[in-house]
Design a protein. Structure first.
Length: 406
């Protein structure tokens, strides 16, 4: 083990090194490694896709420009700026037009989950010629072009939460209906992820809180969805490791935002949680969170929804066993006590587990959640306790009515 690195971080990096889907460079030399990747592949035009002001504040460009290797690259670097927080189909089409014009050899997405998701969707749409509306669903492009070797984005996350830098998912809002929709396709797995935790240091307090909640819920949901866990022998280890890192680190970072060591723990955990959901996807809490779009931050919504569906899942014995894997992190001698400890943790970090408090609406919103959820059968299928689309209304009311607003 090299000096100056904690045991948890060392273990996390060892796990990242085994991830075959995306090459992950983690830490202070991540941008140098990205530059080396660009050099080795002989790219000459690299398009940057970024968000707004936050990308300047986080220092990513400064690090890019100061990287000795990056300075040697004589790159043509067109830029698509100002991807909004919840990108829609119109935003994706605008990026596609830019790609058509610039014909880049590669695309680097620098930003949070929204930026990476928009860049992933646009790059796939441009290469396949399929409009974004036709890409939603599971493996639509891959099944139409099974042998096609598509370009995949190079990702530089500037928040510690989404894990989009290592997943095959992209969430985009349908501009016509306002509904958030999912693309799940290996063709959008990033090729390279440069994870430099320093970029997250400037994140404001609430963004830090809700992105960490998102990563925590990714890890817990992937662990509970035991059928998904069977897809890869290491998923449980990645997920538990991520949770083990987030629980002590988040309160410290909220107390001292400039704490780089603990920021590194959160960044590594978010990437591990992303690896976990790549193999064992999220289900009901994430599915319902789609309808909170514009009302509450995604991470706050999933953190509030999770404990109630976790209790619902407990009717499956395997979920009870998976839950007890966390009893050393969320103390408890029964699965119910473990969930209670999770709730205590969320509240101690300034979150809520009452979804109605976040939306300031009554339980009538639950009908809308059921209506939207029925349109995303993929996520209903990945839940460890199955429900049919027509059961969403009664089940969601049963699970949420009593805890909606307290
Ligand atoms: Fe999420």
């Amino acid at each position: 083990m090299s000096t100056g690195i904690t045991e948890t971080l060392f273990n996390a990096q060892t796990m990242m090194d085994t991830y075959a889907e995306t090459t992950i460079a983690f830490g202070h030399d991540a941008i140098d490694q990205l530059s080396a990747h660009i050099m080795l592949n002989g790219y000459s035009t690299v398009m940057l896709v970024t968000g707004g002001e936050s990308v300047k504040l986080c220092g990513a460009f400064r690090v890019f420009l100061q990287s000795p290797l990056f300075g040697k690259l004589e790159l043509n670097m067109p830029r698509f700026e100002n991807v909004p927080p919840e990108p829609d189909t119109a935003c994706v089409r605008a990026i596609v037009r830019e790609l058509e014009q610039e014909q880049p050899d590669a695309v680097i997405a620098v930003g949070g989950g929204s930026v990476m998701d928009a860049a992933k969707a646009a790059l796939l749409s441009w290469q396949t010629g399929i409009d974004i509306d036709g890409l939603f669903g599971k493996e639509v492009a891959s099944s139409r072009f099974p042998k096609r070797d598509v370009k995949r984005i190079l990702a530089v996350p500037t928040t510690a939460g989404t894990g989009s830098e290592v997943t095959c998912y992209s969430n985009i809002i349908d501009e016509k209906t306002g509904v958030k929709k999912l693309i799940a396709d290996p063709a959008i797995l990033p090729l390279f992820a440069a994870v430099e935790p320093v970029f997250t240091v400037s994140a404001p307090e609430n963004l830090t809180r809700v992105t960490a909640f998102d990563a925590l819920v990714h890890a817990i949901e992937s662990l509970l969805n035991f059928n998904g866990c069977r897809q890869h022998p290491e998923v449980e280890k990645w997920a538990v490791q991520a949770i083990r890192m987030i629980v002590p680190a988040l309160p410290k970072v909220l107390n001292m935002p400039e704490n780089e060591e603990e920021r590194a723990e959160l960044s590594a955990a978010a990437t591990l949680a992303g690896m976990s959901i790549r193999m064992s996807p999220t289900a009901l809490p994430h599915l319902l969170s789609f309808s909170f779009c514009g009302k509450a931050p995604h991470g706050a919504a999933v953190a509030a929804l999770l404990p109630h569906f976790w209790k619902f899942y407990l009717k499956e014995e395997q979920v009870q066993r998976q839950t007890m894997l966390l009893s050393g992190i969320f103390p408890g001698s029964t699965p119910e006590e473990v969930i209670k400890s999770y709730i205590k943790f969320i509240e101690s970090c300034g979150g809520t587990v009452h979804p109605g408090v976040l939306t300031e609406t009554g339980t009538e919103m639950i009908d809308k959640l059921a209506e939207d959820a029925a349109q995303n059968p993929v996520k209903l299928e990945s839940a460890p306790r199955k429900i049919r689309p027509d059961e969403c209304g009664p089940v969601f009311h049963d699970v949420l009515d009593d805890v909606w607003s307290k």
